[in-house]
Design a protein around this ligand. Sequence first.
Ligand SMILES: [Zn+2]
Ligand SMILES: [Zn+2]
Ligand SMILES: [Zn+2]
Length: 232
Amino acid sequence: MHVLETACSFLAGLAVGYVIASLTESVLHQRIGHAPRQTVERWKQGSLPLRYLARIHYSHHVVHHLRTFRQDHVTQFRSIQEREQVSSELAMLGAEGEQIVRSGYGLRLDGLGGLAFVVPLLPALPWITSQTGASAILGAGIALALPPIFSHFIHPYLHMPHAQALQQAPKLTGWLLRRWYFRVMARHHYVHHRCPRTNFNLLLGGDWLRGCHRTVDGAQRSAMRQLGLRVD
Ligand SMILES: [Zn+2]
Ligand SMILES: [Zn+2]
Ligand SMILES: [Zn+2]
């Protein structure tokens, strides 16, 4: 195969994978991470895969959104006491709760959390199998891996003042955080925590396609600036 052809099919795979991954991330984050109460109650009564969804909801909606970062977007706990309070409640849940503590109280994907992202592979499967080129599959695979990678390696730094994030992040992550795409992601995620009915993506685009995208408003912009988050 020609180099140009290989490159084109790699890029086609990347593009198709990107759109699918972004849409799926948006849908899963909304429907699982922020599932309605009745749905979660039903999951809790269900079999193991459903109970697992209830646990993702708990770790994300309850712990990451409601029990932590109560003061503001960059302060996970207001005091040591608050941290201990949350930790001891989680400890009562046993292994499940310990797993959530280890994930930084829902700040990173815990254990099997990344598995939820395997789901995007399913709608992509017919397309992938129709492609004979390994380069298209490679491109799609890279794109589909981005949401769990961003959740794990980028999300914690979105909850830090920009200067602190650059100081603590590994070199490559720090370089990425200064780029336009990741600055937009940081603002997008800030708005998500103010309004959890919008802005589900870290891999940008899907929210916009689904019509659940909101840009940062004037008041949020000045609040972000006060917290040391970059708004440009
Ligand atoms: Zn967050
Ligand atoms: Zn956005
Ligand atoms: Zn969320």
